[in-house]
Structures are given as C-alpha cells and as structure tokens.
Design a protein around this ligand. Structure first.
Ligand code: FMN
Length: 189
C-alpha cells in the first residue's frame, strides 16, 4: 500500500500535479491522507498527556494512533508539500507530531539511540517553490533526517520544481520537465 500524505493547499496546486504523476507511475493501491481535510491539531497539554499515558502502557487502540499505524505499515510513502516559509505548511508538522509515537514508528535502544519501526523502504518528498530552494534543511532535509534517524526509512527521494513564481518563467515547461524526470525515475537522494 502507498500512503499519500497530501499537504497541498491550493486548488490549482502544482505540487499536487507532480504528486499525481508520481502516484500514477508507482501504480499501486493508494491511501490518501489529505491534511486539509484531516485538520490535525498541534499537540496541547491535554492531548499530549493522554497519548503519553496510553503509549507508556502500550495501549495503542485509541484512534489518535491511527496516523502512526498507517505510516508504520505503508510499503511506500509519498509526501507532497509546497515550499512555504523555507519549509512546508504547518499541517504537515502537526501530522509529524501525530505519527512520532515511540513504540509505533520508532523506538529507542537502552542507550537512547533511536531506531525505526516502519515498514517502508522508500519515501518520496515532492515540493514546488516560488523561488530557488537554496537550503534543503527545513523542508526535504528535515523529512529525510526523520526518515533516516527515526523511522528507519533508508531511501528518501526529493522531487522538486523551483522558480515557479518568478516573473516571465515558463511554468508549464518547468512542470513538464519535472514530470519527465518522474516518469524516467531521475530522483535526488
Ligand atoms: C504561505 C506561502 C509561503 C511561501 N514561502 C515561500 C518560500 O519561502 N520560498 C519560495 O521560494 N516560495 C515560497 N512560496 C511560493 C510557493 O512555494 C510556490 O508558489 C509553490 O509552487 C506553491 O505550491 P502549490 O502550487 O502546490 O500551491 C510561498 C507561498 C505561500 C502561499
């Protein structure tokens, strides 16, 4: 099963267009988590206390753990998120808070070293930006770091189309070039 985490916001999202191209190419059963519709709230005092209590008791029946369970069992994960404020929309950060559950998506060795509990071998991160992405650190880089250090997902690919809001650029050409790369599987690790 492919888990598609859709953090796209605009109706005419270019990021979503590239995600559609990739998903078509991957061609498997897809489960979509549309973050706009899910409206996952950031953790607060009450929800953090509840989930800490349940997770410590290894009681993962509550629906608050469903996002983490889906993430842990997916074969392939696709995240689509526009480049916002050098990073991605806050809905994706709330989703990350919801899936980072010790005992479901990762755990710690007795020495305090995190190790992954996720089934997926590959994660694709798709983004588009108005200008150039000079530093991957806060968008793709952050997701890659979570995958490598927490979830145990080794192959993390970045698919991006940049400069889409620069006056005079041919947006359609940039998107078509990105789609061709997707179809010929030219991804950056
Ligand atoms: C709230 C917001 C923040 C943005 N921040 C950046 C940014 O930091 N750097 C950048 O190059 N483009 C930025 N952009 C432009 C978007 O990255 C660009 O338009 C992107 O293609 C939007 O993706 P979409 O078509 O999937 O919605 C921002 C756009 C919005 C709406």
């Amino acid at each position: 099963m492919i888990l598609f985490v859709n953090a796209c916001v605009r109706k005419e999202s270019r990021t979503k267009r590239l995600a559609n191209c990739l998903l078509k190419n991957l061609g498997d059963e897809i489960k979509e988590i549309n973050l706009e519709k899910e409206n996952i709230l950031p953790l607060n005092c009450e929800t953090l206390e509840l989930r800490t209590k349940l997770a410590e008791a290894k009681n993962f029946e509550n629906i608050i753990f469903d996002y983490a369970k889906d993430f842990a069992k997916a074969d392939i994960i696709v995240i689509a998120a526009p480049f916002w404020d050098l990073s991605f929309p806050a809905s994706l950060k709330s989703y990350i808070e919801a899936i980072n559950i010790i005992g479901l998506t990762f755990d710690y060795t007795p020495d305090g070293i995190p190790y992954g509990l996720c089934n997926a071998k590959k994660l694709y991160y798709i983004t588009t930006s108005g200008g150039k992405i000079y530093n991957n650190e806060y968008g793709f880089g952050y997701i890659k770091s979570l995958c490598n250090n927490f979830y145990g997902i080794k192959d993390v690919f970045c698919i991006k189309a940049e400069n889409l809001d620069i006056a005079g650029v041919n947006v359609e050409n940039i998107l078509k070039t990105a789609e061709e790369k997707i179809m010929t599987e030219q991804f950056n690790l």
